[in-house]
Design a protein around this ligand. Structure first.
Ligand code: ADP
Ligand code: AIR
Ligand code: ASP
Length: 279
């Protein structure tokens, strides 16, 4: 493999220089962190599943006219995307109270919200991605008023589309996080959706049982992390039904032992899952 220039290594992905100008490659790692990297681990096969799930979702969003950075999935762990200047704001959409909002406001997790809530957080690991409002974002120069408006409009459209898409496969979209980036074309600057949408960045609850099918299984030590991510991929129709989860220790956690299902292929010793129809 040709040697590539690493531009950035994050908690869950590595960004490499792309083959064409203004492109980068996102490499999806198996590493998992939570609570701004205070908790660290590795989930065998997570990167493969997130690459596949996120590619599928971004492709669908491109098709309905949401501008995104996604160009194509290159292989099991990599996708080619447009290089953007990331807006240092995480945009969170919530349909049901959960996680930090439930905790902060003393609301029981699982309480439905009368309308969707959009939150902004300043993207800073050191500060723990603190919640901010429009005034902070504009005054401190992280985004313009117009950019905030664009992000909210896109986030709500994405929420409508994805809520329907997941409801169709028996999954409630509880909340999710988006990142946007700036691209420059012919003296024009505009925002496109960047980063990833996967069980690492969304809360997914099974509509019948309420089972968590997302990163909360890792955050809250619920076990079955890879299994849950696989279930999401299967329901999306992008993982063959006969792909199985190995009941062997393949999730490791720093400072602890967690025994978890990794991903195995039927009749093969390879760890990467066999995936369904190409995008
Ligand atoms: P983190 O930086 O929070 O640890 P990741 O491990 O997911 O997160 O690393 C991916 C990084 O790449 C993130 O910081 C994200 O903002 C950034 N990123 C996502 N999409 C693009 C893109 N198209 N161009 C440049 N940077 C991107
Ligand atoms: N999120 C926020 N920062 C990183 C991520 N992945 C996502 C969570 C959850 C939503 O944003 O995965 O889906 C809200 O998270 P929280 O912790 O603020 O309740
Ligand atoms: N991704 C963030 C972290 O690594 C937040 C989270 O997902 O809990 O801590």
């Amino acid at each position: 493999m040709a040697r590539r220039k690493k531009l950035y290594e994050g908690k869950a992905k590595i960004i490499y220089k792309g083959p064409e100008p203004n492109t980068v490659i996102q490499y999806f790692k198996d590493d998992a962190t939570a609570f701004n990297a205070q908790k660290k681990g590795s989930i065998a096969g997570k990167g493969v599943l997130n690459n596949r799930i996120s590619s599928h979702i971004f492709q669908r969003l491109n098709e309905i006219g949401i501008p995104t950075h996604f160009l194509k999935r290159i292989n099991m762990r990599e996708q080619l995307v447009r290089h953007v200047e990331i807006v240092p704001i995480e945009v969170i959409v919530r349909n049901i109270a959960a996680g930090s909002m439930a905790k902060r406001l003393g609301i029981e997790e699982g309480t439905p919200l009368a309308r969707s809530i959009v939150e902004f957080c300043y993207k800073s690991d050191e500060l723990g991605d603190p919640l901010i409002n429009d005034d902070h974002a504009v005054t401190l120069g992280w985004a313009t008023e117009d950019e905030l408006d664009q992000m909210v409009v896109m986030a709500l459209r994405i929420n409508d589309f994805l809520s329907g898409m997941f409801a169709g496969i028996g999954i409630r979209l509880v909340d999710f996080k988006l990142e946007f980036g700036r691209v420059f074309e012919e003296d024009q600057e505009f925002l496109i959706l960047a980063d990833e949408i996967s069980p690492d960045t969304c809360r997914f609850w099974d509509m019948e049982t309420g089972k968590k099918l997302d990163k909360d299984r890792f955050r809250r030590d619920l076990g079955g992390v890879a299994d849950a991510y696989q279930e999401v991929a299967r329901r999306l129709g992008i993982l063959n039904a006969n792909d199985s989860v190995k009941q062997e220790g393949s999730v490791t956690q720093e400072g602890g032992i967690a025994q978890e299902g990794g991903i195995a292929q039927e009749g093969g010793g390879k760890k990467e899952p066999r995936l369904g129809a190409a995008e």
